[in-house]
Design a protein around this ligand. Structure first.
Ligand code: S3P
Length: 450
């Protein structure tokens, strides 16, 4: 082990070898998007909110710390539930220290929305990956609502000091890119406005903020807009009521054992309690088009979200064309989809992936590099990724993970079915979203080691 120049923690190289059939039942950790929102909205509620099944990954813990720094109490109980005792809408307190979000884009951006609605300043910072990510897209609408960036690194990046609005201005905002983080930051700030805040999106993105705000008692409506978009209207200054939240399993984490089961011959795996919100389930739709056997064993509803156990069996996959308008519903799943496409027969073209360039890493470039180094034909054409599947993968490469948890997990999945092992240079960031990834995969029979 050596010290990473990026994050000061240890670098953990990992490898995966060709494995026998994967089998068993597993429950991947709680949904990251819902966990961040439960903490932040709980903090804006007077009284005790209980969160069951919260993701205890580094990203969400950073948000818990930020919420604490703004005066809410956040505790983990003996039974694994988390409790948030909030202060109410517009009544959080100024944090004394820097809010350090580590690797967490969602936590930092949603918290910017919350801070922008309060008449105080907060300093936001993060690791080398987060410091590279664009923040102007969040700050622009928040400025229109009356907030100010007092200091910022070049290009509106972290570290930055944000001064919240004295009087929040309700706005009508059309998001320039399909991003649930932009939409959510505007809505969280809009909670503190005297009037209606409207967000219009051309392509609908995950709607957990809207659903959760409604669940906590806010007046919020969402209606179709254009061919693929939504118009969301929120009435400001609601009195949010504390709630019990049960966090379903994260489909973006389930994606890894799901693709592993599809590509490792003979596999038969059940993934329990997976969130199937239609604005998150684009990967399942795409894999089914490729010929994947993914069966919903039991479908139910929990706190307004659709959930099911999924039985996934090894399948012969074929290449497909993935339309650009599907991207928001599977934006975090393209790396692992590219791995599935490598084992498929025929070409897969994934269209409209410009947003992949500004994730935890430049995922478009890094995915293409990872595929090539393992002998997979691929090409980037503008914003599209083309993968030439041959039904089998050579492997034998070392993949650069660029501080990106999903690159590490996706390429470890590749190694479970490739001819030679696949090595990832650093799996330490897996702890941001799926801390028990290795143990969980090993229980299914996967040959992964650190
Ligand atoms: C998220 C939104 C998406 C996604 C991220 C989580 C959220 O980002 O990539 O992992 O919880 O709102 P964008 O809003 O940038 O599309």
């Amino acid at each position: 082990m050596s010290k990473s120049p990026h994050h000061g923690a240890s670098v953990i190289p990992m490898s995966a070898v060709r494995s026998r059939a994967l089998s068993g039942r597993l429950r991947v950790p709680g949904d990251k998007s819902i966990s961040h929102r439960a903490l932040l909205i709980g903090a804006l509620t007077v009284g005790r909110t209980e969160i069951e099944g919260m993701l205890e990954g580094e990203d969400v813990i950073a948000t818990a710390n930020a919420v604490r720094a703004m005066g809410a109490s956040v505790t983990r109980e003996g039974d694994g539930r988390w409790r948030v005792n909030g202060l109410g809408v517009g009544t959080l307190l100024p944090p004394r220290d820097v809010l350090d979000f580590g690797n967490a884009g969602t936590g930092s951006r949603l918290t910017m929305g919350v801070v922008a609605g309060h008449p105080f300043e907060a300093v936001f910072d993060g690791d080398a990956s987060l410091r590279k990510r664009p923040m102007r897209r969040i700050l622009d609408p928040l400025m229109l609502m009356g907030a100010e960036t007092v200091e910022q690194a070049e290009g509106g990046r972290l570290p930055l000091r944000l001064r919240g609005a004295r009087e929040v201005i309700p706005i009508v905002y059309e998001t320039p890119v399909a991003s649930a983080q932009i939409k959510s930051a505007v809505l969280l700030c809009g909670l503190c406005a005297d009037g209606e805040t409207t967000v219009i999106e051309k392509e609908a993105t995950r709607d957990h903020t809207e659903r959760m705000l409604a669940h906590f008692g806010a007046k919020i409506s969402s209606e179709p807009h254009g061919a693929h978009g939504r118009k969301v209207v929120l009435r400001g200054r609601p009195e949010l009521q504390p709630q019990k939240i049960v966090v379903p399993s994260d489909i973006s984490s389930a994606a890894f054992p799901m693709v592993a089961a599809l590509v490792v011959p003979g596999s038969d795996v059940v993934l329990e309690n997976v969130l199937l919100n239609p604005l998150r389930a684009g990967l399942i739709e795409t894999l089914r088009e490729m010929g994947a056997s993914i069966e919903e064993v039991s479908r139910r509803d929990d706190a307004g979200e659709a959930i099911a156990d999924l039985r996934v069996r090894h399948s012969e996959l074929k290449g497909v064309d993935v339309p650009a308008h599907r991207a928001p519903s599977m934006i975090d799943e393209y790396i692992v989809l590219a791995v599935a496409a490598s084992f498929a027969k025929g070409d897969t073209r994934m269209r409209g992936l410009s947003e992949l360039r500004v994730k935890e890493s430049d995922r478009l470039a890094a995915t293409a590099d990872g595929l090539r180094v393992n002998g997979v034909d691929c090409e980037t054409l503008g914003d599209d990724l083309l993968v030439g599947g041959r039904g089998h993968v050579a492997g034998g490469g070392t993949v650069k993970t660029h501080m990106d948890h999903r690159l590490a997990m996706a390429f470890l999945v590749m190694g479970l079915a490739s001819e030679k092992p696949v090595v990832v240079d650093d799996g330490a960031f897996i702890a941001t979203s799926f801390p028990a990834f290795i143990e969980t995969m090993k229980k299914l029979g996967a040959g992964i080691s650190a």
